[in-house]
Design a protein around this ligand. Structure first.
Ligand SMILES: Cc1ncc(COP(=O)(O)O)c(C=O)c1O
Length: 406
């Protein structure tokens, strides 16, 4: 399907053999769910050969399952990768990505020495760095990845072996120049891991901008319907892919076939959903900008956003489906009262669903950080994050305006 454009591949890849010659009578149009832990071979010799080949041969579901492999093939194709590993959650995919990226060439065990991470990370990712990596004597340092000069200085000074960032950060929506960061990182031999959950492959493909691994929480935009938890890692090179797959199998971080099917089905409409969500987010951000009860609106589509022009250039003018805003009354009480008055927008702790969702980072995504740490990140007690759904933008806006009060 490589000759087709992105939106077409989004709909078809991995669903059935692309070549008619590979269809048998009665080939299913949509991929079946292979709810089987084991796979049979007619002879012991054939089973022995399947064990030896590895890769696409299916023997035991923890090592590989056709439904999961279909999702992996789809994501690898969309991200222009060498291959993908589907995991049980976004956090599992991130952990795996850091382990694989921190495995020196020629080594068989993860041995990251120094991870240079973005200051603007999802709260649980920051906790993972602190409680797992830093606690095991891996040096973890931070810099502002939206500032290429700061990244250059940090990379050259520290010579990390892994650089970790979110291309569009959560919840402050800072955009990072993956191409520039990968250029600096590769000069010192570091591998670049990009969490592109918020951007989705519709906005950009980090591997073609030089990243080594791209990670998604498939729980979000990829599945899109709030009914599946999963994560996916796509690698640019075979060595990283093989390492990640080996760790996923050893640690049992795999995705089940039912979730894989739900996520693959969600991806079929990703293009339509994300375009609609970007358009509605822009409408809502512009409308809220002058509201007397709102102190500031954070949306990269607004010209005053510091990375507006760069992002416009790198994402063909798409700015994502999240809008963050700070209430003029920046208190927890005012934020709770606002959330309690919403009728349409759901107070659910996720993003990227067809439904509009509101999150209050101090009690959800950044709950595990202290108040001081949150303040250092620029997350005040008045900050709310809206994930725009696919409802009519006028209804979403009316709900917000009503909840804000006169
Ligand atoms: C940017 C980002 N990365 C990773 C994750 C973790 O994903 P999951 O909840 O699927 O483990 C999240 C969850 O909110 C996220 O927002």
């Amino acid at each position: 399907m490589r000759s087709y454009r992105f939106d077409t591949r989004l709909v078809h890849v991995g669903e059935r053999p692309a070549d008619r010659a590979d269809w048998r009578n009665g080939t299913p149009t949509s991929a079946p769910i292979h709810a089987s832990t084991t796979f049979l071979y007619p002879t012991a010799q054939a089973l022995d050969a399947a064990f030896a080949v590895g890769g696409d041969q299916v023997v035991y579901t923890r090592w590989g399952n056709p439904t999961v492999q279909a999702l992996e093939a789809l994501m690898s194709d969309l991200e222009d990768g060498r291959g993908a590993v589907a995991c049980s959650s976004g956090m599992a995919a991130l952990y795996l990505a850091l382990l694989a990226a921190g495995t020196p060439r020629g080594a068989t065990e993860p041995h990251p020495r120094h991870i240079l991470a973005s200051r603007d990370l999802y709260g649980a990712t920051e906790t993972l760095l602190r409680d797992f990596f830093a606690a095991q004597s891996v040096r973890v340092s931070y810099c502002d990845m939206s500032d290429p000069a700061a990244v250059k200085a940090a990379v050259y000074a520290d010579e990390p072996d892994v650089v970790l960032l979110e291309s569009l950060s959560n919840p402050l929506l800072k955009w990072s120049d993956v191409e520039a960061i990968a250029h600096y990182a590769h000069q010192v031999g570091a591998r670049v891991v990009v969490d592109a959950t918020l951007a989705t492959p519709v906005l950009h493909r980090p591997l073609s901008q030089g990243a080594d691994i791209v990670v998604h929480s498939a729980t979000k935009y990829l599945s899109g319907h709030g009914d599946a938890t999963g994560g996916i890692l796509v690698a640019r090179a075979g060595l990283l892919l093989d390492t990640a797959r080996r760790y996923a199998i050893q640690l049992g971080m795999i995705l089940g076939p039912f979730e894989a099917r739900l996520i693959a089905r969600g991806i079929r409409t990703l293009g339509l959903r994300v375009h609609r969500q970007c358009e509605s987010a822009m409408t809502i951000a512009k409308a809220l900008r002058n509201h007397p009860r709102i102190r500031r609106v954070i949306y990269p589509g607004l010209p005053e956003h510091p990375q507006h022009s760069l992002m416009a250039l790198q994402t063909c003018g798409l700015f994502g489906g999240l809008v963050s805003f700070e209430l003029a009354d920046a208190t927890r009480e005012a934020a709770f009262a606002f959330m309690n008055r919403l009728k349409l927008i759901l107070p659910a702790t996720s993003l990227g669903d067809i439904y509009s969702l509101i999150t209050y980072p101090p009690i959800s995504s950044h709950r595990e950080l202290t108040e001081v740490e949150r303040a250092a990140h620029g997350i005040s007690d008045g900050l709310l994050r809206l994930s725009v759904g696919i409802e009519d933008a006028r209804d979403i806006l009316a709900d917000i305006e009503e909840a804000l009060g006169p």
